[in-house]
Design a protein around this ligand. Sequence first.
Ligand code: ADP
Ligand code: ADP
Length: 230
Amino acid sequence: MHVILMGPQGSGKGTQAERLLPRLGLVSIATGELFRNAARLGTPLGLRAKSLMDRGELVPDDVTIGLVEEKLDALGVLRSRDPAVLGALYDGFPRTEAQARALDDALGRRSERVDSVVLIDVPRERLVERLAGRRVCANGGHVYHTVFNPPKVEGVCDICGAPLVQRADDTPDAVRRRLETYFRTTEPLLAFYRGRGLLKTVDGDAPIDEVTEAIVRAVQPVPSGAGRVG
Ligand code: ADP
Ligand code: ADP
């Protein structure tokens, strides 16, 4: 199963991915997280990505697609060893039509396909307040909000005890640039997936747990025979 989470910065993709991965038996393919890890390790790819990320600009498609292909190869190995792994959950990818087409090709070569694309729909005016209060754990991955989803102890991750930090690109300027890029370049992808009957929309302006349940319902395959009378 391959499920894509779509929505602008601040819509809750990372927050929901954390909760959905164990529920759905999927592994995460979160390109922003992969680029941040590579930057932390100081790899050539990470250093190239970092200056773009800090400015709130997209990493070139070929670099991003290459990284996702590597993750798909690793997923293939993992699945051959662990039957509980059912597929991947994509957060922050694809963001351009070229990336969406490359993902189709990459999955097609593996006799797989995108099963669902879920748009987490949040009014635009909510996004900036969400991003201003976002805090992430220094190990990466776990997401909090100073008001909407605070940790039990201020400044400390509930799960791994690491300090909570603000992302380097959650400055007002970089946030504005990323949101502009989303609405210009990524939002048109919704039509691409809607046209194929894959797009499902959930209300993202609801409590976190309610959004999770709505996504689980949206991606569950309709049982055969559902909707038939008698
Ligand atoms: P956000 O969605 O808040 O911008 P992400 O963690 O998804 O945060 O991404 C952080 C940065 O990583 C982006 O601003 C961009 O520079 C880079 N990035 C992540 N995913 C992609 C992608 N699919 N294509 C190009 N660049 C990406
Ligand atoms: P994205 O990955 O789409 O950029 P995040 O998951 O990082 O979004 O969420 C952005 C911020 O909004 C975080 O601080 C998070 O705690 C908060 N948040 C996420 N979902 C909700 C929600 N349903 N209600 C209120 N705040 C939320």
